[in-house]
Design a protein around this ligand. Sequence first.
Ligand code: CA2
Length: 146
Amino acid sequence: MNRRILVVNGPNLNLLGTRAPEMYGSETLADAERIAAEAAREVGFDVRFVQSNSEGALVDAIHEARHDCDAVVINAGAYTHTSVAIRDALEAVSLPFAEVHITNVYAREPFRHHSYLSDVASCVIAGAGIRGYDFAVRRLAEVLAA
Ligand code: CA2
């Protein structure tokens, strides 16, 4: 049975490609998920996707991952900068995770420079657009193989 990566997207990322293309590009969440799925297939992993605008639903999805996933790719959106609960969930399940941001958060407003996830993440990818999901999947496959 293939190993599996959970790809989590947080609030407002369902709107990718429909608004603010100058910031987030014109590709959709489905495009980002397709990129992650292709990378996962190439490195021999299955993927599951979840997107939610609710913090609790994201925590629940991370908890569920402990049963049948080996790693997590997460773009927690704005919750990156606010959520101790999502950080605690990721630590609680003890799965390696990659933090992804489509934009370079360090070139944006100061409140986006702090992440509750980065210091416990396996890697952090910011500013690579939706290609970041590809990089994250491939890196997690390397981490799991090590
Ligand atoms: O750069 C990223 O991927 C972010 O995680 C995106 C979040 C933002 O709060 C983080 O600071 C950085 C926001 C996602 C909002 O997505 C939109 C998509 C289309 C139109 C408007 C917002």
